[in-house]
Write a protein that binds this ligand. Structure first.
Ligand SMILES: O=C(NC/C=C/[C@H]1O[C@@H](n2ccc(=O)cc2)[C@H](O)[C@@H]1O)c1cc([N+](=O)[O-])cc(O)c1O
Ligand SMILES: [Mg+2]
Length: 214
């Protein structure tokens, strides 16, 4: 019963990253996953695109679907002003336990609300449980076959307003064909593809940024 990959990533953070320094946590995870063992973090190359969009949007309330080890959670939270909130949804309790410790090590826990459970259950409860009116920005990085149903669910629950932005990871690899067809084909979205590479590799991947038009 050895350790899991997320536990080894956490160990690397606690061994090598400076406590309270979010960038040091991000760099440590990138270093570990590039040279020790690959993991499905958005990574440094796509992460820079994520940073630029977070900086441009300056979200007050943001949702991340798929916390995993908390890499992008920390990356995003480090870009947010103190009063902004990042809600992040994780299904797997073991991953959530690791992510909480990574988020704490980075010192961004005050801006982050980590919610445990399936997106299909929690999205309809966002307003009543967390006082969310609508999301300024949503980062989709969870199960690829959930991107489309969860986007439709957010629309139905009134969680998107004119100008809300969806940013989706992995639209090429592993790929999210139904989601891509929907946001690119719908008159309710203005979509743009940011070409990049699958984290820590030379394989093509990218992010799709879609503005909800109401
Ligand atoms: O499969 C991928 N991501 C799935 C992520 C899933 C994460 O979302 C959580 N979740 C949270 C809430 C839910 O409702 C469901 C799951 C899961 O518990 C997991 O932590 C993936 C795969 C590759 N790849 O190269 O193979 C590269 C990537 O960048 C990826 O993101
Ligand atoms: Mg991903």
């Amino acid at each position: 019963t050895g350790s899991t990959r997320p536990e080894r990533i956490l160990a690397a953070v606690q061994r090598k990253a400076t406590k309270g320094d979010a960038r040091s946590v991000v760099n440590t995870i990138d270093q570990y996953c590039r040279y020790q063992e690959w993991a499905m973090n958005v990574g440094d190359e796509k992460g820079a695109i994520l940073d630029s969009i977070v900086c441009e949007v300056k979200p007050s309330v943001m949702l991340e679907l798929g916390t995993y080890c908390g890499y992008s959670t920390v990356r995003i939270a480090s870009m947010l002003p103190p009063n902004a909130r990042l809600l992040t949804l994780e299904f797997n309790p073991a991953y959530a336990a690791v992510a909480r410790q990574v988020i704490a090590w980075a010192g961004v826990e005050d801006k982050v609300v980590l919610i445990e459970g399936p997106s299909g259950d929690w999205i309809p409860k966002m307003k009543e449980e967390f006082g969310v009116t609508s999301f300024d920005l949503v980062f989709l990085d969870h199960w690829k076959d959930r991107y489309l149903p969860d986007t439709k669910l957010m629309e139905e629950c009134g969680l998107l307003r004119t100008g809300s932005i969806l940013l989706a990871d992995n639209v090429i690899c592993p790929g999210t064909p139904e989601y891509l067809e929907y946001v690119r084909g719908s008159p309710r979205y203005e979509s743009k593809y940011f070409r990049s590479h699958l984290e820590y590799t030379r394989v093509e991947d990218g992010l799709e940024k879609s503005v909800f038009l109401g």
